[in-house]
Design a binder for this molecule. Sequence first.
Ligand code: ATP
Length: 219
Amino acid sequence: MITFEQVTKRYETGQEALANVSFQVDRGQMVFLTGHSGAGKSTLLKLIMRMETPTSGRVQVAGQNLTQLHKKDIPFYRRHIGVVFQNHQLLFDRTVFENVALPMRISGQSEVEIGKRVRAALDKVGLLHKEKSNPVSLSTGEQQRVGIARAVVNKPALLLADEPTGNLDPELSQEIMNLFRDFQQVGVTVLIASHDHELIQSMALPVMTLADGQLVSFG
Ligand SMILES: Nc1ncnc2c1ncn2[C@@H]1O[C@H](COP(=O)(O)OP(=O)(O)OP(=O)(O)O)[C@@H](O)[C@H]1O
């Protein structure tokens, strides 16, 4: 699903964020990405989202060489990737339903389809009864689940999460992980960047470790 071949990313500042990184994540795998602050985790995720391009090497996602991806095709490409952030980036001027509906509105889908899929996504994260609420009235864990519902509403084949449990207590973190597991079990590939060693150790999952831009282990 994701293949990096000798990928190096050097920013314009001269900072080398990734150095000669190669790995493969198979379809349907769930993998942790870890490493110290500044190790290159966000850069790796940005390359997968095609928000950055490699200085050298090749990034391939779902059989598509991202360097060859035409600019006009990037929005369509991104539609197949769900992204979950630590600070969930919800809009507080609209309902939970509308927050989750946003990616589908952007891709111009019908009202009937939106209603069906948004409710299915909210049901999956256990928040169907909150569809009319404003996200501001929800707990942090619930807000994070709304963020996850929004990330999966377009049924992505790939789910990326950047510190998804950063501000949650261990119990809620576990809950979020169980949700990711559910998605993995229906065939979604899940890549989770995290600093949370306790959480990582509590899950029997492959771990990719970056240090100073190098992939030091994957197992
Ligand atoms: N847009 C940018 N321009 C220049 N340097 C950057 C840019 N983005 C990241 N860097 C640098 O690249 C290196 C890797 O950063 P990155 O954000 O990928 O690390 P990270 O592992 O995600 O860190 P954190 O856990 O703190 O988020 C760091 O030295 C960072 O300062």
